[in-house]
Write a protein that binds this ligand. Structure first.
Ligand code: UDP
Ligand code: MG
Length: 312
């Protein structure tokens, strides 16, 4: 493929310490490209690896294997996380279709035709892989099960495997996403909130062969905090006052009820009730309510300040 010719699709692969897996993965991708006569580009993002992934990728980029396949490598100087890796790959991608997959050989390039087919049939703007049957340790599958159910309940986006690394997108979707931190876990929700349709397709999954998983138990509390962030970003990003004032009003209302209770108790001197805690809790609720409303106002100030620059 000539260097300036647009590929049919771009494959974005974030990699952090995956030196052993990458040559095998690249070989498997080449077989699929050749068998189906696709024209594609592969964008590897080396996320600050320390195990020689950088050299392995430079070597792969030098192998001019076929005219139908271009290879690009982006190096981060230090580890920035999968979300940043995906973002760098997305902005470099030139194809009208973008595929993401993990570098650790758990996703199978043989499934690429199935994903392309699903996208071309117009099923959705983003089709997420559903690792089935999933070849990960039991505790990871259990956490994932709960994570997917809770997320579906709160967001209304009902997928079995939200965080599957293997996904296919129309390029408009990836150019709209703004990922940072660990928000890559919630891509379907963010895309859905931006107005894109989302679907899922079952994909083959393999156990990790080389290296180690980069995400341990810390992902549980982090995932919970991120869910709150995502809910806030998708529902209240442009109207923070509604969120904070809603919560603030509840507290203020609670405080008022407590003070009414104190007033009523004055008419019944026979009822013995500890007044000091009542005064404290009523006052606390009202002060908290006011602080929350003020936070909402500050949020509104920020939104109106940035509204000119941020059209999304
Ligand atoms: N990854 C990355 N940067 C990181 C952590 C992970 O680019 O800071 C890549 C990793 O190399 C792999 C993918 O993200 O290609 C998924 O990571 P991993 O397999 O460790 O996650 P798991 O499958 O255990 O959820
Ligand atoms: Mg993995």
């Amino acid at each position: 493929m000539e260097a300036n010719k647009t590929p049919q699709f771009s494959i974005v692969i974030p990699a952090y310490n995956e030196a052993e897996s990458l040559p095998v993965l690249f070989q498997r991708i080449q077989i699929v490209i050749k068998t189906h006569d696709y024209t594609a580009e592969v964008i590897f993002v080396n996320d600050g690896s320390t195990d020689g992934t950088d050299e392995v990728l430079e070597q792969l980029a030098l192998e001019q294997v076929s005219d139908n396949l271009q290879v690009h490598v982006i190096h981060f100087r230090r580890n920035q996380g999968k979300a940043e890796g995906l973002m760098a790959g997305f902005s470099a991608a030139r194809g009208k279709i973008v595929i993401t997959m993990d570098a650790d050989l758990q996703d199978d390039p043989q499934e690429i035709p199935k994903l392309l087919d699903a996208l071309e049939k117009g099923n959705a703007d983003l089709i997420s892989g559903w690792k089935y049957p999933r070849k990960d340790p039991l505790e990871k599958r259990m956490f994932s099960f709960v994570f997917n159910r809770v997320t579906a309940f709160f967001t209304g986006v009902k997928l079995h495997d939200m965080n599957c690394g293997f996904k296919i997108y129309r390029s408009e979707v990836v150019k709209t996403l703004h990922l940072y931190g660990d928000l890559h876990r919630y891509i379907p929700i963010l895309a859905n909130a931006a107005g894109f349709s989302v679907a899922e397709v079952k994909v083959k999954h393999h156990p990790r062969q080389f290296g180690v998983s980069k995400y341990g138990f810390k992902r549980i509390p982090k995932g919970f905090f991120d869910l709150i962030t995502v809910l806030f970003l998708t529902k209240y990003k442009k109207r923070p006052m509604h969120f904070f004032a809603g919560l603030g009003s509840l507290f203020t209302f609670g405080g008022i009820v407590v003070f009414i209770g104190i007033a009523v108790l004055h008419f019944f001197p026979t009822i013995q009730f500890p007044m000091t805690p009542l005064w404290f809790s009523g006052g606390f609720c009202i002060v908290l309510g006011i602080i929350l409303c003020a936070t909402g106002l500050l949020g509104e100030l920020l939104v109106s300040f940035f509204a000119r620059g941020d059209k999304r």
